[in-house]
Design a protein around this ligand. Sequence first.
Ligand code: HEC
Length: 450
Amino acid sequence: MKRTTPTLAGLFLAVCGSAAIADDLPCAENATCMLTSSNGEPSATGDHLAQCSGTFPDFITDLDNVPPDYDGPFFELSQDYPSGAVSTDLPWEAFDFTDPDQADDYLYALRDYSFEGMIEADFVPSANSVRDWYHVPMMNFDRGARDMVHGVTKERTLPPGEIGLVNYVSNYAVGFYNAIGAETFGRVFADPGAPDISDTTFANGAMVFKILFTTAVPDDFEDSSNYILEGAPAWEVAVGKNELTTIRLLQMDVAVRDDRAKPSGWVFGTFAFEASATDPVAWNRLRPVGLAWGDDPGYTPANQAAGDPLLEGIVSAQIPKYAAGHLGWAGRVNGPVDNPASSCISCHGTAQYPVEAIMLPTSACDTIEKKLYYFRNLELGEPFGGVNDACEPFDYEGKLTSLDFSLQMQVALQNMLDYGDVNPCTAAPKTAVAAAGSAAERRILPRIER
Ligand code: HEC
């Protein structure tokens, strides 16, 4: 049953003139909830709803996205980041990811590690008794802000022509770091108002997975009778105007710090939903697309046309058909939702602060040499470097810090340090201060969006 907005108008009145904190806002009972401006500043007349169950906000959502009479579930950010030495089992280490006969096993080991206990918990980390999982803080602003139901953020929009679509479709995702990965976030975000990027590295065994969903329905495809998401797990999320939106599982990304991956230390892999698979649990119908441990520097579309193999990535023989038609630049490993002008490793290699490079080659990168700059292999901890508007590399006087391939960390830092977004859950919410290079002396690039 839907009701029109008087409820929310009533809430405005209820809190106006008093404190911005109100008991009757739609949010979790054990949390503090308040109205804020879009940048998180508490305000009795704010048009956003923030929920605080811990140090960082669970969600800060536009009131337009709150369905009338919505009474849960409410997303809670898993943010009790561990500190000190952390260990978990690392079942993927039994496999050699560079061996084409073992790459799928490596990927399935990562998928199953991610899903164990999580499917039953409907991806609520506190309900998972097998392993601890954590979310990245401060992904709460602008068009990509976390939703109030599952904490999904906006992903790249797929245009007509890609994966058989005839319409634009929106995509959403939520990511989870294991305990080893979360330890880094605990360090960087120890002070909730002032991130510390003096050590952003992830230890061997850090792992993160992200499940990606799409709004695409059969009629969005050229061949609606062959729906590639038939039987896919579905979620309802609060991303539409005053109503819930159904999204379906399309892709799963994994990234893992594995010391065997030279030189950068990371393996990136992805899966796509296979409607013809018959696994009883629908989540398990994800099939490997492929994995990469390097970016095949120097490899161009001419190499691809000549049939030269990739030397640092493996495309799986099990790849779903629509995903095989949607790889990255020159056939590098990439997923169905991802920008085909890039690749997993290329785009993630740009994770650095300050944000001094657009994350994928723009139209100004009009030569093969300029494009190839984006497909270098970085050493562990080496920042990507600055790239100017003409797609020329520039030296930023050693002031760039690598964020060790974490673009979610870059989103959080950019929100706080470049856009002045505020954490409303701290005692005295205030704008964080940039660690390197003040905004006045450098470019502020657009907010990172997939
Ligand atoms: C064109 C850029 C781009 C490409 C290509 C890309 N990603 Fe990402 N990815 C992002 C951005 C931006 C984020 C952070 C925001 C978000 O989560 O959507 C992200 C987040 C992630 C995360 C969450 C962890 C983190 O801190 O970044 C994982 C895991 C991930 N991507 C894996 C992959 C994999 C695997 C591929 C290839 C199949 C891939 N990505 C391709 C831009 C990209």
